[in-house]
Ligand binder design. Sequence first.
Ligand code: SF4
Length: 292
Amino acid sequence: MDAPAAEEQAAHDPAAEDQAAEVRAAGDDAPGPFAPGRLLGGVPAATSAAGVRRRAAAAPDVPALDARVSDCRACPRLVAWREEVARTRRRAYRDQEYWGRPIPGFGDVASRLLVLGLAPAAHGGNRTGRVFTGDRSGDWIFAALHRAGLVNQPTSTASDDGLVAHGARIAAAVRCAPPDNAPLPVERDTCAPWLDREVVLMPDLAVVLALGGFAWQSALGLARRAGWSVPRPAPVFGHGARADLGRPGAAPVVLLGSYHVSQQNTSTGRLTEPMLDVVVGRARDLAAAAPR
Ligand code: SF4
């Protein structure tokens, strides 16, 4: 079996994953810190939007999904950027090896709350390998989640720092760090199947807390693709905004909005700790009270 054939089969058939990985490993990709042959997901990396869709849909569980996300190379501009940042590094981190890959979700997949951000930061998640970890945005959101009793510590500095989420899953709508924190629409759409599958694999999901307008729109897109009912006219993002997204045969998912925990918002006072605490606490309480 040649590599493309193995890739195609593995995307549909988990039993073919080992064979596909062997075929890929024996291929022409030179080993290196960011070479596509350095697989984590057990199947060849996605290199196209169609590949993302197939691999996401076939992921049997969250660990498999996370591994497949971590190997993804479907957006050429973002792959080039994340790896360029990982090679050149910021002066303060020049002695660290950057992750330089996509960032999977983090936290409790059995939880009822999903905290959804925009995309990893170039020297935050793209450096540490964990969403919202190693940058000031992470300082804000994890401190707030800690005050709400949803994580075990108020700081998030490295992937091995002992952080545990008790009642929340945290993920980004786009899994690779984009230049200027601005993914293109095609990159948002290419990445969406990873989020779609992640939500399917969270059977108890009741609340999505969208950090910023981009995440809000991504959550609405997720709802439409999943066949949930979205109010019309489309709910408008705002700090404290709420929309109830009806699911056929299940309780609605509540979408809450918060201003993003970006430095632009937090350093200017547009978002304060009390403002964030109110929304995070509301998300926690709605998740706890949601019918099972
Ligand atoms: S942004 Fe998403 S789809 Fe694009 S390369 Fe990264 S993980 Fe893959």
